[in-house]
Design a protein around this ligand. Sequence first.
Ligand code: IYR
Length: 221
Amino acid sequence: MPAAKFHPLHFTEYPPEEMIQHATDFRLHMQRRRTVRHFADKPVPREIIEECLVTAGTAPSGANLQPWHFVVVSDSKVKQEIRVAAEEEEKDFYNRRAPKEWLEALAPLGTDEHKPFLDVAPYLIAIFGKNHSQLPDGRKVKNYYVHESVGIATGFLIAALHNAGLVSLTHTPSPMGFLNTILNRPSDEKPFLLLVTGFSAKEAEVPVITKKPLDEIATFI
Ligand code: IYR
C-alpha cells in the first residue's frame, strides 16, 4: 500500500467580524437562489459550465475516489430525446404511479408531466454516480459513499451555477435508466439527477414557498 503523503495546508484565519461578514454575505447570496422551471433559449458560454463543473469536482468524496460523472448535453437532438423519454415516465408517474399523498406534496410547486424546459434550456447536465473506479494502475476498485459524495458535488455545482448568474432545476424523472441508454453510459453508472441550467426566462415565475427557520432545522447542545 502506498504511504500517505502530506503537504502544508496554508490555512488562512480571518478575524471574527470578517468571518461573520463572509458568512452573512454568502447566506444572502444563497437565499437568492431559486429552482426555476422556465428557461430562456439563450446560449450560455461553455466555459462557464466548465468552470462550475471543476468546482463541483472539488467536493469531498469517500476515499477521494470522486465517484461522479457529468454528461453535459447541449445538442438539440439529444435534448429532445431526453425530453420524450422523461415525459413518458412522468406521464406514468403523475397519472398512475404517484400516490395521492405525493401528488398533494407536489401541488404547491405546480409541476406536471410536461417538461418543455428539457429542450428549451441550453444545457442538461446528467449526473451519474459511479459504483467503481479505475485506478491509475488499471485496477477496478469499489467506491464508497457514492450517494453522499455525488450529492455533495451536486450541491457544489448548484451553488457554482447560481454564483455564475445562471439558474438551475434539479430534475429527477423517475426511473432515469433511459439516461444510460441515450447518453451511452455503462450500467455501472447510476443516474443521480438531471440538472437543467441556463438563463431564466424573462417572464419566469417561481412558487411562493418559504424555508424553515434555523431553530427548526438545527439544535445546538
Ligand atoms: N419527478 C417529477 C415529480 C417531482 C417530484 C419531486 I419530490 C419534486 O420536488 C418535484 C417534482 C417531476 O419532475 O415533475
